[in-house]
Design a binder for this molecule. Structure first.
Ligand code: HEM
Length: 231
């Protein structure tokens, strides 16, 4: 007989320490992240099977997405919203660098229409103007994504397609500390933000919707990047 006050199977049944909110977010969205990351368009782009024009088409869609995100961000900034303030870092803003990259890669007067999924994504972001926790889910998705997989995207676009450094400024964050340090700090902010349970649930729901919308944009891009459209 065991002399321990715990049952013999205690190790198997003891629940792990409660997860932090940022860990819950990461775990809850892991499958969606993986689906977006492994979409055909992204896989082909990252493998070197497409071309600089395909990357430029993706970047052109980002312009609409970040325009929506940074318009809403500016609203919260202006209002000095207590929930969003801690996350607000002007060094994150990407719209100017996306536009500069587009000028490099697509020329001064390129014109692009948003794909249907891009329009839905931008609308969804704009609709968060009254729900800071939902806005923050998009903020988290885009900026932590750019600081994570985005760094690999930049390296591979340069390597596979010789995209020049002047066309990849959206992945440079000169005003931030090292990406890893910033991401760790950001996760602490998520853990310590005074979200109610309803707000946490809404954040998670929005993050999932955001990943799905990214996957939809990649699927739409794949359609316009058929082998004949790739050149
Ligand atoms: C080629 C596509 C992608 C690749 C290769 C990729 C890769 C990665 C990697 C390796 C990490 C982990 C970094 C770390 O632990 O520090 C990461 C994190 C992340 N990615 Fe992606 N990713 C891709 C697409 C996306 C997309 C489309 C989004 C959403 C817009 C996204 C959002 C995120 C977020 C929010 C994190 C941070 C997770 C956290 O630690 O809380 N990623 N990505």
């Amino acid at each position: 007989m065991s002399t321990s006050p715990l049952p013999d199977n205690a190790t198997a049944t003891t629940s792990p320490a409660p997860e932090t909110f940022s860990q819950i977010v990461r775990a809850t969205t892991a499958e969606r992240h993986s689906a977006a990351e492994h979409s055909s368009f992204m896989t082909d782009l990252m493998k070197g099977d497409l071309n600089a024009a395909a990357y430029t088409r993706l970047l052109a869609q980002y312009e609409f997405i970040y325009e929506a995100l940074e318009t809403v961000a500016a609203e919260f900034r202006r209002a000095g919203h207590p929930l969003t303030q801690a996350f607000d870092h002007p060094g994150l803003d990407r719209l100017d660098s996306i536009r500069a990259d587009l000028r490099q890669l697509a020329g001064e007067d390129h014109e692009t229409e948003p794909l249907p999924s891009t329009a839905r994504y931008a609308d969804r972001i704009r609709a968060t103007v009254d729900t800071p926790e939902r806005f923050l889910a998009h903020h988290y998705l885009r900026y932590l994504g750019d600081l994570s997989g985005g760094q690999a995207v930049a390296a591979l676009m340069a390597r596979h397609y010789e995209v020049p450094s002047e066309g990849l400024s959206m992945y440079r964050f000169p005003e931030l500390p090292k990406p890893k340090v910033f991401k760790d700090q950001y996760r602490v902010l998520l853990d310590e933000a005074p979200f109610t349970q309803e707000q946490r649930d809404a954040f998670l729901e929005e993050a999932i919707a955001g990943f799905d919308l990214n996957a939809e944009v990649f699927a739409d891009l794949e359609k316009v990047t058929s082998p004949s459209a790739a050149s």
